[in-house]
Structures are given as C-alpha cells and as structure tokens.
Design a binder for this molecule. Structure first.
Ligand code: URA
Length: 478
C-alpha cells in the first residue's frame, strides 16, 4: 500500500508528480491511500517515498480539468482524479464520454472551483491597514472560500493590485503580497480589521447600480450568495433596497420621460449615417456610445454595452450583441455565453483580461415574453449602423488579430454574409485590412441539442481559440 500526503500549498504540482510516478510504476488506485494536509504541521508536508519517474501520456484536456478540480474541498479529490486517470490510460476516449459518471463528477468539481474563484475575485473587500505615511499603501481582507482557491487565484490579485501591499486572510491558507513579492502563509481565525472609508463608497456604488424595476431576489442571491454577505459592506443596504424597490419602481414609471415618435428615430439614424467616422478621444467613447441613437435599439435596452479591456490589446474579441445579463450589468460577455467562452478560453490558454472584448451591436435586441426577454438577432441595418462604434474601437485598439465569434461579428467585420460553419477556422481580412480569425459563437454551442455535435463544435471552438493564441505568440501566421 502506498500512502501519499499532498500538501496544502503547491497541491497541483505535488499531486501531478505523485500521480505520474505511481502511474508509470503501474500502481492501481486501490493500492494508494491519498490524504490532504490536515493539521497545521502538515502545511508544508514532505512527500512520502515514491516510485521513480517514467514516461506516461496524459490528454491535455484531463490536465486542464485536473489542475482546477484538484483545489476542490472534497477530501476524496486526489483519489478520484487518480482513479479516473488510471481508467483513461486504458480508454483514452473517456474524456469525451459525457455519460461517464466519474468524469461528470470531476467536471462538476471543476465547475465548483471556477465558480468559487469567480466569487473570490468579486467579493474580496480590502480594508486599509497601513500607516498614513508608509511608502506603500497596505490592505487586508478576510475571506472564507468554499474550496482551496487562495493559491490558484492569487495571481489575479497580484496583476490587479501590484502597486500596493495586501494580504488575503482565510481559514484555509493566506496570501501575502509585500514589496512586490507573493507568499503564502497558514490560515488563521478571523481578525478584527478596521472599518475603512472606501466601504461607504461601495455602499453608494451599490445603491446607484441597483435598479428597483429589475429586482430579482433569487438571481441576486445566486450571484451574491448569502454566505458572503457578512464580509461585504454593500450587503447591509440590500434589505432596504429590496423593501423599497416596488415603490421606487412605481415612482420611476410615473416620472418616465415621453419618447419621441418612432419616425424621429429613423430620421436621426439617417442623419447619423451621413457622418463618416467617430473620432473622439478614447476616454469619451463609452459616454458617446451611451448617447447613441443611430438605430431604434436604444429605446428598449437598459443601456449601451461598450467594449472593455486594455486599449493596446493585441487581440480584439467580437461577439454579436449584449444578452439579458450584459444589458443589465453593462459589461460584454458575462452571461451564459460569456461564461462558456471563459471556460473554453481558459482551457485554450487564452487570457481574456489581456484582450479587448466587444460586440458587433452594442444594444440588446429582444422581444418580451412574459417576464423574460427573448434574444432577437440584429438585422443587417442595425449591424451596419453599429459598425460606426466597432470601427471606432478597431481604430483605437488597433489589434494584431480580431476574433470574430459568429455570423453577425463576421459580417460586421468583413462585410461578407456567407454561412459561418464553412468559414470557421479561417483568417479573413476586415474592411480595414486587419486579420480576423472567424469562429463559432459560444451561444451556438449552448443551443446545440445533440451531445455529440456539441462536443465536436466545442472542440472546434477550442481549437480556434488555441490558434488565436498561437498567432499572438508568433507560433502561427495570421
Ligand atoms: N452574446 C454576445 O455575443 N455578446 C455578449 O456580450 C453576450 C452574449
């Protein structure tokens, strides 16, 4: 019997190394006792004696899944991963078998960990703890993750808050970033952190973005689960906002401005069409877009959704148009299609934060059905009017490569309206001469009813995203 203890830090590398050695030595799952770091003394626990390394082959898709699932809180995770890897050696097709119970469980674990990482990025709230005259500002946050997500998520905070010192304290492990260096320490009990002036800002911000006419308590609780409320300053405002929402929504309806007659919108659109290109400053783009009346879609949408990302991004990702969630939050690709994109992009090694993400059409087009708003594809005229903004974004960002997701994006960028399935995977030229890699839209993958077709299309989409990465990193030509 082999007994393998995996430490709480460097968990992925430790598990991968142990699994490789055991697999190469032909040790079956039932002869291994896996354990995680339990008590404090095990935090940096040493490896037990292991067989020598040997050559094994592991599908990339397994590695991508395992390096996320390994941070799950299930104590059986190491054993489950190894048992599946063992089976995979004899049946390489298993990674595509959607009916396989073990794979489904590991996929669910992977999803839970990603969700927990997302919550950590969204709900960590720093409080200032440093002396006012210290050379670097210093912050601390208390957080209680459901899974072991501190280590795999710490890089996100390093990228975002690299110019200050900070520590994220949790009962599991803590991340400490000081003087530009990241280290991990043991978990600890909840400390008393001082109140901070920025908390009042959070509450004000939250009160301002809260739309009483769109109150959906269940959706709100699933986005911001109650377990995080106690560490979120803005959560204190929720009961009052919920209670006062009906009255505020009624007052908003009574105060609604009268809209101009419909024929004015088409006159405005024609007028706007006579001007050739938007040439304002980069920082003025979102405000100019918010005032857009080039086509009638602005009338029913909550807001225009501008692109987001670095203005010097080498990659511009173009979707179709905002969906329900994007319309409410004002950010592109954050709903189900966006989440699908994020997952596959992560698998393909494409870092979304480094890309500029936008849509061909900036307002949500829908038809109401009961309480739901059903997506409608924008027509050629709407795509054409909105090209004004897409061209402005292309001119500002000047990406090395554009990723056109779906027929609407491909049409807006290239002017060609042929079917997307025959074009995907190819490089075409935009009207301005930039290289555009044509691919499927992630919502197409979500809609495919047939599991096999969906798996195949997903693989094609992933391959296209990998190709984009290869082009950007100089391994393939655009
Ligand atoms: N679909 C898109 O094309 N873009 C979004 O932002 C959301 C869904």
């Amino acid at each position: 019997m082999h007994s393998v203890q995996i430490p709480a830090l460097g968990t992925w590398n430790a598990w991968r190394d142990a699994a490789r050695r055991l697999l190469a030595a032909g040790v079956p799952p039932e002869e291994i006792l896996w354990s995680g770091a339990g008590a404090e003394r095990d935090l940096f626990g040493a490896q037990t004696a292991m067989p020598a390394r040997g050559a094994i082959t592991v599908p990339r898709s397994f590695v991508e899944m395992a390096q996320v699932a390994v941070w799950h809180s299930d104590p059986e995770r190491f054993a489950r991963l190894y048992a599946f890897l063992w089976r995979l050696q004899r049946a390489p097709h298993l990674m595509r078998d959607r009916g396989d119970v073990d794979l489904a469980r590991l996929r669910a674990m992977e999803k839970n960990v990603r969700r927990c990482q997302h919550k950590m990025k969204a709900f960590v709230r720093f409080r200032e703890i440093g002396a006012p005259d210290a050379p670097r500002r210093s912050f601390a946050a208390w957080f209680e993750p459901t899974h072991h997500t501190v280590e795999p998520t710490a890089d996100f905070f390093v990228r975002r808050f690299g110019d200050m010192d900070w520590r994220i304290l949790t009962p599991d492990v803590s991340a400490v970033f000081e003087g530009g260096k990241l280290r991990f320490e043991e978990g600890q009990p909840r400390p008393d952190l001082p109140e901070d002036a920025s908390e009042a800002l959070w509450v004000t911000y939250f009160r301002n973005i809260f739309n009483p006419a769109r109150l959906k308590v269940q959706a709100m609780q699933s986005e911001m689960p109650r377990k995080y409320w106690k560490n979120l300053p803005e959560a204190a405002a929720i009961p009052d906002l919920v209670a006062s929402a009906p009255a505020r929504a009624r007052a908003m309806a009574e105060a609604a401005p009268t809209l101009p007659p419909a024929r004015m919108a088409s006159a405005q659109a024609q007028l706007a069409g006579c001007i050739s290109a938007w040439d304002g400053p980069a920082e003025g783009l979102p405000a100019a877009l918010a005032a857009c009346r080039r086509c009638p879609l602005y009338r029913d949408a909550t807001q225009a959704v501008p692109g987001e990302g670095p203005l010097d991004a080498p990659l511009m990702i173009v979707g179709e148009q905002p969906g329900d969630m994007e319309d409410l939050t004002g950010r592109p690709l954050v709903g189900p299609a966006g989440q699908m994109f994020d997952r596959i992009a992560a698998e393909a090694g494409l870092e979304r934060e480094k890309a500029y993400v936008t849509n061909a059409v900036k307002h949500f087009k829908f038809t109401p059905r009961g309480k739901r708003r059903i997506h409608q594809r924008p027509d050629a005229g709407e795509v054409e009017q909105c090209r004004w903004w897409l061209d402005a974004e292309l001119a500002l960002v000047k990406p090395k490569l554009v990723l056109a997701m779906g027929a609407t994006a491909a049409q807006a960028l290239t002017g060609r309206r042929e079917g997307i399935l025959a074009r995907r995977g190819g490089i075409e030229k935009t009207r301005g001469g930039q290289s555009a890699l044509i691919t499927l839209h992630p919502s197409y993958l979500l809609r495919l009813p047939d599991a096999e077709a969906r798996a195949q299309a997903t693989e094609q989409f992933r391959a296209d995203l990998r190709r984009a990465v290869d082009i950007l990193e100089g391994r393939a030509a655009a």
